[in-house]
Design a protein around this ligand. Sequence first.
Ligand SMILES: *Cc1c(COP(=O)(O)O)cnc(C)c1O
Length: 463
Amino acid sequence: MRYISTRGQAPELTFGEAMLTGLARDGGLYVPQTVPVMSADDIAALAGQSYEEVAFRVMFPFVGETFSETELRGAIARAYAGFGHVARAPLVQLDQGHFLLELFHGPTLAFKDFAMQIIGQLFQIELAKQGKRVTIVGATSGDTGSAAIEAFKGLENVDVFILFPHGRVSEVQRRQMTTPTEANVHALAMDGTFDDCQNRLKDMFNHFEFRDAVGLAGVNSINWARVLAQVVYYFTAAVSLGAPGRKISFTVPTGNFGDIFAGFIAREMGLPIEKLVIATNQNDILHRCLTTGEYRMDGVKPSISPSMDIQISSNFERALFWAYGRDGAAVAQLMDELKTQGGFSVSQGALQGLREIYVSGRVSEDETSETIAQELARSGELLCPHSAVGVRVGAAHVAAPVPMVTLATAHPAKFPDAVEAATGIRPGLPPRMADLFDRPERVTRVPNDLAALEALIEAGRRK
Ligand SMILES: *Cc1c(COP(=O)(O)O)cnc(C)c1O
């Protein structure tokens, strides 16, 4: 299996190379040259299997050249062993024809653990084989950083530095980053906003001397390995609701489009998915694009579902690649217009292609709070604000007899202030992390200054 860039100008890579590289050299995103298809019999045979077994069967055709069967099975077993629910991704019913897929039972209580935990294990195996070390540096508004620290802590060939905006992440998110005790993880509280953190990270990747000296690697949501790991739960959910004999739709609270794009890959692999519903908060570039055909940047408006507060949606480039008939030159031109003119128009043909698969909805701040309260009263489920955005849009798109599955992307206890404001109930942490507020914190306060950050990383990594 080879991987090609959405902009058509970067070298083809193996799975392992694409995983360690992240972004392609032409600025594009890696996608598989062909998507392996599972027959209806293959899909039917997933019924009753463990999450781990389904993960192996779904992922193996994509990684074959890089990892052996034994290596992949071992990585999967270690990745999900620390989850707080034996089903890993349990499905609960909200209403007739509407189900909730709980993706928040991992170590940091958000769906990002599903991908990050396995990517940590796969990095470890691949780096040991190549006799290499890397320094992972990430910028986070909360969930990605804590998931990365949990996934890479204590691993041999990796040092992790996570930049987060000082004073601008929730207390649970901060403590998840600052309380791990392993020497190879470093939480850096930077003066500035999330955008400042991300800009310094970009500066480091563009500073090739530093990048090569420390073996800089990224694990942000454009990394193909992360998308692949997320394909698995579309299969477990659909099969438990009757696939391949029955079609299923999914609604996904969406920011950078990584999670919902994994659903598209599941569909390309043969899973009978009817619709993929994009649920956005007031940062609604994707909803506007599907409605009008115009993809235009707009400033970020901070919301109570902060992990979806994006200005542009990076993984949407992969959807465009398919919508434009896998024409890298066409995608490169759109991305150039985005950079120089702040937006682009999607062609009629491509828009029609997108609308055959994706539909969308936008949820305001008030509607988000209202949905948290209503759902508690209706079904007893306490939703995090991101999941509430999903449930609101999902409920509006239930079309019997096709079941709708809405993805619950975080645990309510990760966003206790918003949940308490909506319901009067302050959600408690699960017992396995109930002592989070008693653990000592370890954090370095850093200035918004490239040279100072680089010096600190150079000095702090293991040699
Ligand atoms: C990251 C995140 C999202 C958005 O996921 P994308 O893959 O970026 O679309 C939604 N909800 C939560 C809780 C998240 O952490």
